[in-house]
Design a protein around this ligand. Sequence first.
Ligand code: GLY
Length: 362
Amino acid sequence: MPETDCQTVQVKLADRSYQIGIGPDLLANIDQFIDRTGQWVVITDQTVDSLYGERFCDSLSSSDNDVHRLVVADGEHSKSIEVVDRLWQEMIQIGIDRRATVIALGGGVVGDLAGFVAATYLRGLDLVQIPTSLLAQVDSSVGGKVGVNLPQGKNLVGAFWQPQQVIIDTQVLQTLDARQFHAGMAEVIKYAVILSNDFFDWLGENALAIEKRQPHSLQEMIARCCQFKADVVAEDERETTGQRAILNYGHTLGHAIEAVCGYGKFLHGEAIAIGMDFAIRLACQLGRVSDVEIERQRKLLTAFALPIDVPDVEPEKLIEAMYRDKKTTDTKLNFILPDRIGNVDLIRDVDVSTIEALLTRE
Ligand code: GLY
């Protein structure tokens, strides 16, 4: 990658290692950042397409590059096997062969969907992730988790399919709507709580600059998050040792809220913010942290307009959904819980009555 203002982070995975480039205006100069030629399938959604699709594909097109753009509807509903099937059919019709590269140009939905198409079409194509939402830039574009939802739950079909490259243009965040931006901040705060008290303090000190989307603050914040994620993924690529599971902080209740309230009522990051507040209260109930830590986390979440109150639904429904969401045959409810800001552990088999009591007190 060229020097410019671009920062790089390495994801170290032996022969599947790759680089994340982070900087302003990378999309406008995409030809400088992509070091291969051939057939390209750009998968994007309607909103991103209307903002960047045509310009992006024009700047990628050349006599050596044959670029095809496939557009899906906005929203979580596109993460379905029906949409994957349509994309597979379109790619067959165009004549996409196994030397082609898929580009996922969009937020978390597009990254997961296009990544799954790349992982499965003709037994696997190369993939470049170009995330355009804050949530995708700091989390879902890095680490190779790709997949689709089933009516029974989120991400139940998928693969680990690492990209060859991740290109993060921080400038695109300037046009991201405020709600989406704040939802991405939930995942940013998550890294701080699970891994770094120092980063937590940095976020507090820089909250105003971040809220104003000051370019240097955004770039530093995203680069630090990508480094955290790269380190965790390098330790436990397939979430088998428990290391990667710490990234699921706030997700046990967060996923249940999404499922019970209907996908779309809460953005993923909003549900995770509520889940993080619940998790730290649960940690306090179990004697792992004090009220001070609950307040510190609340202050940072609410500084970015994130919700913390559990929605008004029956606790039993949420508990049922927590059991359903699990991707193991383990029948116990496990939580990632802090013992201070900057460190978490996987706590197995939390007593359901404790969870119920905390949900009921809302
Ligand atoms: N977003 C959680 C993970 O990538 O493991």
